[in-house]
Design a protein around this ligand. Structure first.
Ligand code: GLN
Length: 209
């Protein structure tokens, strides 16, 4: 999962589709592009503050949250991201993206920054300690048609949520999907399984926002 592999990603477009950015500092950007396009959105890479200003919403991919945090600071994106989230921009974070959206994290690096947006405490690599990578079916509130296929890769779990946050799914007794207002986060990667229902839910959130 490197930044360079995304350099040639085209801007996909569907008429009347909401324009949703994918934070392209690091991680599985390409897969989110495909999932967003399949879910009816126009996807764009976001690496610079000017690109962030042009999107209606944002997906933060999986990858490595410590690296993403460092690159967000270097690219001058951390404060603009915090401002847009505070202003109500819809955001969906998967795995490392969930970590980036947590107001507080456990087992992070000392200098690790998050964007915040969900009143939750997320523990990094929580499932990873038990099981590096696995696929599981997860029932998500608000998503019909049975459980979603989710890929967990050195995945975090949500240790606790505050009053404003709503738990949408648990797996093995741990919270793995949360929503607070327009901000959505999952511990797992639905973009790697071909099941686009979580992206469809997010696109619907963006249309309503
Ligand atoms: N363990 C990674 C982190 O701390 C997350 C893994 C992933 O996004 N698949 O950022």
């Amino acid at each position: 999962m490197t930044t360079s592999s995304t350099a040639s990603l085209p801007t996909t477009s569907t008429p009347d589709a909401p324009v949703i950015g994918v934070l392209a500092l690091q991680g599985d950007v390409r897969e989110h592009f495909a999932a967003l396009t399949a879910a009816g959105a126009t996807a764009r890479q976001v690496r610079r503050p000017e690109e962030l200003a042009e999107v209606a919403a944002l997906v933060i991919p999986g990858g490595e949250s410590t690296t993403m945090s460092k690159l967000a600071v270097i690219f001058g994106l951390l404060e603009p991201l915090r401002e847009r989230v505070r202003a109500g921009m819809p955001v969906y974070g998967t795995c490392a993206g969930m970590i980036m959206l947590a107001d507080k994290i456990l087992d992070g690096r000392d200098d690790q920054e998050t964007i915040g947006g969900i009143d939750m405490i997320v523990r990094r690599n929580a499932f990873g300690r038990q099981n590096e990578s696995f696929e599981a079916r997860v029932d998500i509130e608000g998503i019909e048609g049975g459980p979603v296929e989710g890929l967990f890769i050195r995945a975090p779990w949500v240790e606790s949520v505050g009053g404003g946050a709503q738990v949408l799914a648990t797996f093995d007794g741990h919270t793995v999907a949360v929503r607070q207002g327009n901000v959505l986060a999952t511990s797992f990667h639905p973009e790697l399984t071909g099941d686009h229902r979580v992206h469809k839910l997010f696109v619907e959130m963006v249309r309503r926002a």
